[in-house]
Design a protein around this ligand. Structure first.
Ligand code: F6R
Length: 623
């Protein structure tokens, strides 16, 4: 989704902004732009539809010295929400007087009212259909109303900066919704302003004294060693140094040490990040298991001294599937009431929350708007909250009471793979910890045993990664018009849903994941020789029922692919993918891998880019 990047230093800002936007690419976008400010206070803007390369080519064809001398600027990758994909709608947006350029992430809920007011009362003409352009015009309007004397007089840079800061606060009070904003002002050369409300924004500094701004902390890791994350309502003036303000009053902020993430390059033998990330699953699981030692759990959850009576698991998409697994597994282990709730639905429901409830939020990015809204709601009820996230220092970390990190490493493919397996692993260990949290002596717990089962599963996934030729064959036989139903029971239901989501999001095939037992209550009407059914069967208790379900759909002509550790299923399959028998309650960590491979190989066989599926973003920062 949208990304903000800013730079001030000794280098040409254009180069740095293009580099920054390139790193932000993984989040998904449809257009991009930059605005640079030179020493004389002139703003130059360049925007293009499509990839960063279009922006780069446009820049190359410009008279270089016009904007190349600037050492200060802001950039943006846009993900269309209000107004179609066009260079007019791309950010930065410039104000009617030409003094302010802005980039914006988030959604302005009252943009229509503001737009009407600016058009009807101030006769300002808009050039875009976005909910962002009015921010630039409002800044110009407020500045001209309050500080026209500053524009005329011989005021100092500091006085002008204070005036701009004041206007940003005034405008922020007018805006409703979520917004992270980067601003440059022609009246204050070599200076960037930042404001944050409900959408992430951070400022970074490196040892050469260069200053950066980004909505994405992992992106800053590529440029800086130190960062400061803005809190809601805070502003920053970024020049050679950075100063932070809360409602105009200067405040001190704690620096965050950044470590450049290793291993973010595709290796030469992997064509896509998704392929690389599937190969990294065993490491992701092992690192997560090692990190979440008993001591770590005790330190991160000091307040958890008795087993909760109710545990809710909340997340979206793939993370929601980890929540379903979490509810099944934790209920089994802890014998307490557990429920998985879609974060976006939690906001609409009256879920019973009390002192003995714990809410666990699962999110790879830690920035998903629906999940952040849900945790804010839970906190209003005074409920204890835990975040399971893959991105240290993401927004959810500063909101939740405790963080249980997954150690999957940076995940750049839009379709989540290794982070999901790591989430399941974290969920298992958290469930065991919930069960034993009131023990005085942990020595007799089965925590170490569970950890060694996870190690065993990781080793078996390595074997799966080296034998995928059968899956490649299936992928090659699928046609773009195929419809595919994934079925499973109990823990396999989770895998069926995740397998369907993975395949649909990157191959654009119609896929659905169902409980095996639900077929006969409706979906059977759609079963014919034109459809595929992928059955996942790893549970002894439901093996016979799955056998019957597969036989039933096959009798209606569907082509059946079985992923199972039970050879018996081969009798009713068109294609049988044998997998090993692992600890049944943890099998989703393992049995999803062939389906992740199937999704990847199908996208490749359709000549689609699995890393950047259409209409999807890595980090969904709007509700
Ligand atoms: C699917 C996928 C999405 C995300 C969802 C939540 O492959 O990646 O469904 O799982 O958007 O994202 P996070 O986990 O970052 O909250």
């Amino acid at each position: 989704m949208c990304g903000i990047f800013g730079y001030i230093g000794q280098k040409p800002a254009v180069d740095q902004l293009l580099l920054g936007l390139k790193v932000l690419e993984y989040r998904g976008y449809d257009s991009a732009g930059i605005a640079v400010l030179n020493d004389k206070g002139s703003i130059n803007i360049l925007k293009r539809e499509g990839k960063i390369i279009n922006l780069l080519n446009a820049f190359k064809s410009l008279e270089k010295n016009k904007i190349y001398a600037s050492q200060c600027g802001i950039g943006h990758t846009r993900w269309a929400t209000h107004g179609g994909v066009s260079s007019n709608n791309a950010h930065p947006h410039i104000s009617y007087g030409g003094n302010f350029a802005i980039v914006h992430n988030g959604i302005i809920d009252n943009y229509r009212e503001i737009r009407n007011m600016l058009t009807n009362e101030q006769h300002i003409e808009f050039v875009s259909q976005t909910d962002s352009e009015e921010i630039a015009h409002l800044l110009e309007l407020e500045f001209s109303k309050r500080y026209s004397d500053i524009i005329r007089s011989e005021s100092t840079q500091r006085e002008r900066q204070k005036a701009v800061l004041d206007c940003i606060n005034v405008v922020a009070d007018i805006l409703k919704g979520s917004f992270a904003i980067g601003v440059i002002c022609a009246l204050t050369p070599n200076c960037i302003y930042a404001y944050k409300n409900l959408s992430p924004l951070a400022v970074g500094r490196n040892s050469s004294g260069e200053m950066y701004m980004s909505s994405d902390l992992p992106t800053l890791c590529n440029f800086c060693e130190t960062a400061y994350a803005l809190s809601d309502g805070e502003t920053a003036i970024i020049c050679k140094r950075v100063a932070f303000f809360d409602k105009g009053i200067e405040i001190q902020k704690k620096p965050i040490r950044l470590n450049k993430e290793k291993n973010t390059e595709r290796t030469s033998d992997c064509k896509h990040y998704m392929e690389k990330e599937i190969l990294e699953i065993p490491d992701a699981i092992l690192r997560t298991k090692d990190k979440l030692s008993l001591n770590y759990m005790r330190d991160t959850l000091p307040w958890l001294t008795k087993k909760p009576e109710t545990i809710y698991f909340l997340g979206c998409g793939t993370a929601f599937h980890a929540c379903i697994f979490a509810s099944y597994y934790t209920e089994k282990i802890c014998k307490v009431y557990c429920k998985a709730i879609l974060a976006s639905e939690f906001i609409c429901q009256d879920v019973k929350l009390n002192d003995s409830t714990v809410c666990v939020f699962i999110t790879q990015s830690g920035e998903t708007a629906d999940t952040l809204q849900a945790i804010r709601k839970a906190k209003q009820f005074g409920v204890r909250t835990i975040a399971i996230t893959n991105v240290a220092l993401s927004s959810i970390c500063s909101i939740s009471d405790s963080v249980v990190p997954t150690m999957a490493g940076v995940e750049l493919g839009v379709a989540s793979t290794k982070a999901y397996n790591a989430q399941l692993c974290a969920v298992v260990l958290l469930a065991v910890y919930f069960d034993i949290c009131d023990c005085i002596d942990f020595r007799h717990s089965n925590y170490a045993e569970i950890q060694s089962t996870i190690t065993d599963i990781a080793n078996r996934i390595n074997a799966l990664n080296s034998g995928k030729s059968k899956i490649e064959e299936i992928a090659k036989t699928l046609r773009r018009s195929d419809r595919i139903f994934f079925i499973g029971r109990g823990f396999d239901y989770v895998t069926a849903r995740e397998g369907a989501l993975k395949l649909k999001e990157i191959s654009y095939l119609y896929c659905d994941g169902l409980c095996g037992g639900e077929l006969k209550h409706g979906t059977l009407a759609l079963i014919s020789k034109d459809v595929y059914v992928v059955a996942v069967a790893t549970q002894t208790d439901s093996m016979k029922k799955m056998y019957n379900a597969v036989a039933e759909v096959r009798a209606r002509g569907a082509k059946c692919i079985c992923v199972s550790c039970f050879e018996k299923l081969n009798e009713v399959s068109d294609v049988f993918i044998p997998i090993e028998h692992v600890e049944e309650t943890m099998s989703p960590i393992y049995s999803i891998v062939p389906l992740q491979q199937l999704a990847y190989l199908t996208a490749v066989s359709f000549s689609l880019d699995p890393d950047k599926p259409r209409n999807l973003a890595k980090s969904v920062t709007v509700e």
